[in-house]
Design a protein around this ligand. Structure first.
Ligand code: ZN
Length: 120
């Protein structure tokens, strides 16, 4: 885990693994202000699930992401995401969200059409 401060004075934490010969950046996020002044100084191994009392950890997966954009349902396949191995909670990286937004802005030619059913 690396700490840094951007020119605007915002601090950025980058969590990455050093267990492999190549540096893999797992996630970059702006840390929340410490709650009650207490912060754990333990080594960060894998991202713990953010759901209360869930013992799971996030792992890299490709998911089917569904968004509603201008009233239309849009399905994007093979979106890289962090998925909790226990409860299935999904996290998208900020750059993934930005990429999805740019895909939606240019969404003119879908790769394929999917059947859409209403739950009635
Ligand atoms: Zn979980």
């Amino acid at each position: 885990m690396l700490g840094g401060v951007t020119r605007e004075g915002r601090s950025i934490h980058v969590i990455c693994t050093t267990a492999q010969p190549v540096l893999i950046i797992i996630t970059a996020h702006e840390p929340k202000p410490p709650e009650g002044g207490h912060q754990s100084k333990g080594a960060v191994r894998a991202m713990r699930c953010s759901i209360k009392r869930c013992p799971g950890e996030y792992e890299e997966r490709r998911i089917v992401h569904t968004v509603r954009y201008h009233g239309q349902v849009i399905v994007i396949d093979h979106v890289p995401a962090e998925v909790c191995s226990v409860c299935g909670d999904v996290l998208l990286k900020p750059e993934t969200v930005r990429h999805i937004e740019s895909l939606l802005r240019m969404a003119t030619h879908p790769a394929s059409m999917v059947p859409l059913y209403e739950y009635v």
